[in-house]
Write a protein that binds this ligand. Structure first.
Ligand code: NDP
Ligand code: MG
Length: 379
């Protein structure tokens, strides 16, 4: 029986994780549920899963009587405080954004294994996170579907080194939009993701292809691959979750339904595969798998991410911070979709770069990137 701390429990990944846990009560127990401000959502989940510990960043007015036996933590460090108190075996990190970075660092201290969905933590704190995992001999298992796919292909590689990683990309909700239509795409257009159901921020990132850019940086850290050995291919059906190419040109791919419970269950059960109740692929009715090149002109964010990765010196932190800031404003209806690449470009062009040596450095650079992004869209 493994005790799992579910960070970001009220979100898309968090609730799907709890669904997998519920299917295997003999294998897993949710010992910690954390969220930011959705107290009602967290109360409901706590009634079902009966965790020992819960946390909310925003303290609610009161805790219902039937949940007072749980140990509660509130405030800016609530997630980290709860993690330390939880005695979890594994932490499933599914907080959205750089806000989850300190929880990932804390989870590396507090838990045996970190199951990582929170890609922004690796994009911004990549070297610090990977160095700490290595130093403490902790297993960091990817939950992002592409990285889970690559991890699974590497597990099957019999020790042969990968020559190239090929990340697949659905193309997002605006794949077939013209440049003008993309500029003015509404929140409703953007949130209609063709193949995956996810939280708002990542769905916007999928539409701008920034998500794939963040994933290139994530893959660089997880698999120690340089930028020029990580490729992206558009694959609208989201059946091939990613591929690895070897010295002889052979490619291994991992296929499955687009259902995040697959990679979540793989990380939770690792090295054992567990059933999660999803649909199976039916190859007889899968009429076609198609591939295309990403269009850098309509979707410049992907090339900005490559640029940031190659530049180093904190540039991925700037890329991520500017993006989080402008995407937040887009979701609140305050800026056009077209402002997203412009704000990121502006921040990349005006930041003072410095290689972050600590989490504090990362958060300081993030703050500066957000300020620069705001300059761009208030101009
Ligand atoms: P959601 O927006 O659905 O959920 C985010 C969760 O994080 C919520 O529980 C939210 O709490 C909590 N949260 C938000 N801000 C904070 C904070 N400052 N401190 C603590 N907790 C916070 O996001 P997703 O589940 O879609 O994504 C989570 C992460 O997983 C992201 O990094 C994303 O890129 C990654 N990911 C997601 C995939 C998906 O299919 N959804 C696929 C691959 C990766 P509250 O509800 O109270 O706001
Ligand atoms: Mg992904």
């Amino acid at each position: 029986m493994r005790k799992i701390a579910v960070l970001g429990a009220t979100g898309s990944i968090g609730t799907q994780t709890l669904d997998v846990i519920k299917k295997h009560p003999d294998k897993f127990r949710a010992c910690l549920l954390s969220a930011s401000s959705d107290a009602e959502g967290l109360f409901q989940l706590a009634r079902i899963h009966k965790p020992d510990v819960c946390s909310l960043i925003k303290e609610p007015e009161s805790i219902p009587d039937d949940l007072k036996n749980i140990q509660w933590f509130f405030g800016p460090t609530a997630t980290e405080d709860a993690l330390k108190a939880s005695k979890a075996d594994d932490a499933l990190c599914a907080v959205v954004g750089i806000a989850g970075l300190s929880a990932v660092m804390c989870a590396l201290d507090a838990c045996e294994r970190v199951l990582l969905a929170n890609k922004e933590a690796l994009v911004t704190g990549g070297s610090l996170v990977m160095e700490k995992a290595k130093r403490l001999h902790k297993l960091l298992l990817p939950v992002d579907s592409e990285h889970s796919a690559i991890f699974q292909c590497l597990e099957a590689s019999n020790g042969n080194a990968a020559e190239r990683i090929i990340l697949t990309c659905s193309g997002g909700a605006l794949r077939l939009f013209s440049k003008e239509e993309i500029e003015n795409a509404s929140v409703t257009d953007v949130l209609k993701h063709p193949t995956w159901r996810m939280g708002g921020k990542i769905t916007v990132d999928c539409a701008s292809l920034m998500n794939k850019g963040l994933e290139v940086i994530e893959a660089h850290h997880l698999f120690s691959m340089p930028a020029d050995k990580i490729d992206v291919v558009i694959h609208p059906q989201s059946v091939i979750h990613s591929m690895v190419e070897f010295e002889d040109g052979a490619c291994l791919a991992q296929l499955g339904q687009p259902d995040m419970r697959g990679p979540i269950g793989y990380a939770m059960g690792y090295p054992e595969r567990i059933e999660y109740g999803g649909k199976r692929l039916d190859f007889k009715t899968l009429s076609s798998l198609t591939f295309d090149t990403p269009d850098a002109d309509r979707f410049p964010c992907l090339s900005y991410a490559y640029e940031a990765l190659k530049h180093g010196n904190g540039a991925p932190v700037v890329l991520n911070g500017a993006n989080e800031e402008v995407v937040g404003e887009f979701l609140r209806g305050n800026v056009k979709f077209g402002e997203i690449p412009r704000a990121v470009r502006y921040a990349l062009d005006h930041a003072k770069y410095i290689e972050p040596e600590s989490i504090e450095d990362v958060y300081a650079l993030d703050k500066e990137a957000r300020r620069l992004a705001r300059c761009a869209f208030s101009m």
